[in-house]
Ligand binder design. Structure first.
Ligand SMILES: Cc1ncc(COP(=O)(O)O)c(C=O)c1O
Length: 371
């Protein structure tokens, strides 16, 4: 029998497996390995959210794919507050974390062979994975003008603040992307999961749904958000998408058939998380302090930190191949991500996450201060 090629054959090897050798070196450090290679939250889930989850644990019935009316209202209010969007006419939908939406968006929008998806030149790998799952073609670029009049472009991903670079795109840049895409009938998907984590007043992150970017219309726009980092909810899988009501309605239709439903207790937890700013501010302050300590430590050790004005990472170079830097740090017991994971443009960079305990961040600084 002639079996079709497995879908996994369209996808690259899982990039983190290539860090295994460096992880073994780092683990041999007498004081142990400190892992800055992944951005997984380590601080506790805020009690107000855990309580809401527990209170909603008697959930025998199927939850709504669209989210409960209370969750939909909470999402709309939060997006209005954080993104500067108006509530009227805004489509909203909860997602099972944002990674699943990123990975399946091209498929959910009906893209396939012959269609082109534009992603940032150095970016979160799941944008390209999603394009491969749909059988479409990826073009990596930060400059749409360089792309020329390609009529096959159906979707453009932007990510500001960016992973891994921490780069913030100003409103006029985003506006140009939106205008370019609207002229061609392409969708703009804006991954804004780091929007609440800006560190520089000179580079305040701005949403694609802000009036100065979208001109007051959500036409052709989707903003993707996550509670993983803002609220330490990576383990709950809690994300959301907001924007063009027609596009969001289409996503809902397909997701209902596909069973892409946020569990009821997580929906209740999301309401609590979105309605409470206090825990988000406290978490942000933890990251601010860790970032300041790491920035001083890496700079003092001769690294050049680029962008990184927002988000959860330092994007750095020692002007050498990224694997040489990964190895240099591994010998000090510190594991970071190789820049090449995010595209060929990252071949001389590494990415260090701010998501380690205060104790481990202080230990990184001490290790980097040694000759
Ligand atoms: C740019 C970007 N988008 C999306 C995600 C997915 O986050 P989650 O699925 O936890 O919402 C991440 C995770 O690190 C990310 O860095």
């Amino acid at each position: 029998m002639n079996r079709p090629a497995p879908i996994s054959s369209r996808l690259p090897d899982f990039t983190w497996d290539t860090l295994e050798a460096a992880a073994a070196v780092a683990a041999a450090h007498p004081d142990g390995l400190i892992n800055l290679s992944i951005g997984t939250p380590v601080d506790p889930v805020p009690p107000v959210i855990r309580q809401a989850l527990a209170d909603a644990s008697d959930a025998p019935g199927y939850p709504l794919t669209a989210g409960t009316p209370a969750l939909r209202a909470a999402i709309a209010d939060w997006v209005a507050r954080v993104c500067g969007a108006g509530v009227d006419g805004l489509g909203v939908l909860p997602t099972i974390g944002s990674k699943e939406l990123v990975a399946w968006l091209p498929t959910l929008l009906g893209l396939g062979p012959g269609d082109v998806v534009v992603v940032p030149s150095v970016c979160y790998p799941t944008y390209e994975d999603g394009v491969r799952l749909a059988g479409a073609t990826t073009v990596r670029t930060d400059s749409l003008t360089a792309l020329g009049p390609d009529p096959r472009v159906r979707l453009v991903w932007v990510n500001s603040p960016g992973n891994p670079t921490g780069r913030v795109l100003p409103a006029n840049h985003l506006r140009k992307v939106v205008d370019w895409a609207r002229e061609r009938g392409a969708v703009v998907a804006s991954d804004e999961c780091y929007l609440p984590l800006g560190w520089s007043a000179a580079a305040e992150p701005v949403s694609v749904l802000a009036p100065e970017v979208c001109g007051g219309s959500y036409d052709g726009l989707l903003a993707v958000h996550s509670l993983s980092k803002r609220s330490n909810l990576a383990g709950y899988r809690a994300g959301l998408v907001a924007g063009d009501p027609a596009l969001v309605a289409e996503l809902l239709k397909v997701r209902k058939h596909a069973g892409m439903i946020v569990p009821a207790p997580v929906q209740a937890a999301m309401i609590a998380a979105l309605g409470d700013q206090e825990h988000a501010d406290a978490q942000r302050e933890r990251y601010r302090a860790r970032r300041e300590q790491l920035l001083a430590a890496f700079t003092g050790a001769g690294f050049t930190v680029e962008h990184s004005e927002a988000g959860l990472y330092l994007w750095m170079t020692r002007g050498e191949d990224c694997w040489a830097t990964v190895d240099w740090l591994a010998r000090r017991g510190i594991l970071v991500a190789a820049g090449v994971f995010y595209g060929p443009g990252g071949a001389q960079h590494v990415r260090a996450a701010l998501t380690e305990s205060d104790e481990h961040i202080a230990a990184v600084a001490a290790r980097l201060a040694l000759p």
